[in-house]
Design a protein around this ligand. Structure first.
Ligand code: GDD
Ligand code: MG
Length: 345
């Protein structure tokens, strides 16, 4: 599992917490990933870490998640997605033709991993990619295929994508293909490894399944993914409670007149006054005043939202203090050397 990126699109939250460890529906996002893999029979996960690597070992101390063995392999310097796979391969125990499953660490997917594996094994492909259809392929890897489901091209983040079919970030490699990725320099699996393999005539197969699928890498998709987990639009056995309108963790204090809806989350130690919280994620120890209205917001650890503020699609950094009566949308707010800094999209 690739978890070493900087999560720049989720700053300021990722300045302190790496994206895969941010709280999503009440637990670090990776807990949902691990639970899903455990549920389909995975027993060993190698985490390819780089950015803030030590925090992963702290959060999943002991290297065990409910019986799944976790192994942490850290790059000295960020090696890119391909370099991370090559580096983590040192911990693989598979034979040359055995399948290795690789995941982007920020994707919430309901696709059938067993079916993807079956396609990989019956087609005999070197690599099998899970693909989904999206409305706008520009921020993804666009992956056209032929009538037999063979991948014909891999076009990462093109301004004019040739298809709506994209790389969903779950690959099955033959182990020996991973051994061909250089380890001495950064390599992008999307921009270098896949295009080079195709150029050399290698068989890359598509597994197309448009089940629930979301990349949680932006503020909008992060609130969406968290909300979908809370309401049960996508099931997760790591959800700490029953699906419903909102998830309030133990140790949170919520005013009886507060309105929490559309899959909002309130973290432990948080205080919520008489506020309306709509499809938003309130991290642990944050405080939300009375008369506040939050729509599609992410409120960082220990942040304080002053009374009567109206915030829509805002990301509030850890410990930021928002004065009363602020009316803002599409902004990022964080505390820089004691000064509240606001940037608009
Ligand atoms: N270890 C390590 N080292 N991990 C990395 C590095 C690195 O240098 N760079 C990125 N990662 C990890 C990230 O943490 C993330 O889990 C994953 O690799 C993908 O990086 P993102 O930054 O999330 O990429 P993206 O969302 O822009 O695009 C990727 O995902 C799309 C689907 O969600 C690409 O794979 C696209 O082709 C794909 O469509
Ligand atoms: Mg991503």
């Amino acid at each position: 599992m690739l978890v070493g990126g900087q999560g720049t699109r989720l700053r300021p939250l990722t300045l302190t917490t790496p994206k895969p460890l941010l709280p999503v529906a009440g637990v670090p996002f990776l807990a949902h990933q691990f639970a899903r893999l455990r549920d389909v029979g995975v027993t060993r996960i190698i985490l390819a870490t780089s950015y803030r690597a030590d925090l992963f070992e702290e959060v999943f101390a002991g290297g065990d998640f409910d019986g799944v063995e976790l192994i942490f392999v850290t790059e000295a310097e960020p090696m890119g997605t391909g370099g991370a796979i090559a580096n983590a391969a040192a911990a693989l125990e598979s034979g040359p033709d055995d399948p290795v499953i690789v995941f982007n660490g920020d994707v919430l997917s309901g696709h059938d991993l067993g079916a993807q594996l079956a396609v990989h094994l019956t087609s005999g492909a070197e690599v099998t990619l899970h693909l989904v259809e999206v409305d706008d392929a520009r921020r993804f890897g666009c992956v056209p295929t032929d009538s037999s489901g063979r991948v014909t091209d891999f076009l990462e983040k093109m301004p004019n994508p040739v298809a709506n079919q994209i790389n969903a970030g779950c690959y099955i490699f033959k182990t020996r293909v991973i051994s061909t990725i250089p380890t001495a320099r950064p390599v992008s699996v999307e921009r270098e490894t896949f295009p080079n393999l195709l150029q050399a005539g290698a068989h890359i197969q598509a597994y197309v399944e448009t089940a629930y699928w979301l990349d949680l890498g932006t503020p909008a998709t992060y609130v969406q993914g968290s909300s979908d987990l809370v309401t049960g639009a996508i099931a997760s056995t790591a959800l700490p409670g029953a699906p419903g309108q909102a998830l309030v963790l133990d140790g949170a204090q919520v005013s009886s007149s507060a309105q929490l809806v559309d899959g909002s989350v309130v973290g432990t130690g948080a205080h919520i006054g008489d506020a309306a919280i709509i499809r938003s994620v309130i991290f642990d120890d944050a405080q939300v005043g009375s008369g506040v209205r939050l729509v599609d917001c992410l409120v960082g650890f220990g942040a304080v939202i002053g009374d009567s503020s109206q915030l829509e699609r805002c990301v509030i950094g850890d410990g930021a203090v928002i004065p009363a009566g602020q009316v803002l949308s599409d902004s990022r707010l964080w505390n820089q050397d004691g000064v509240l800094t606001i940037t608009s999209e």
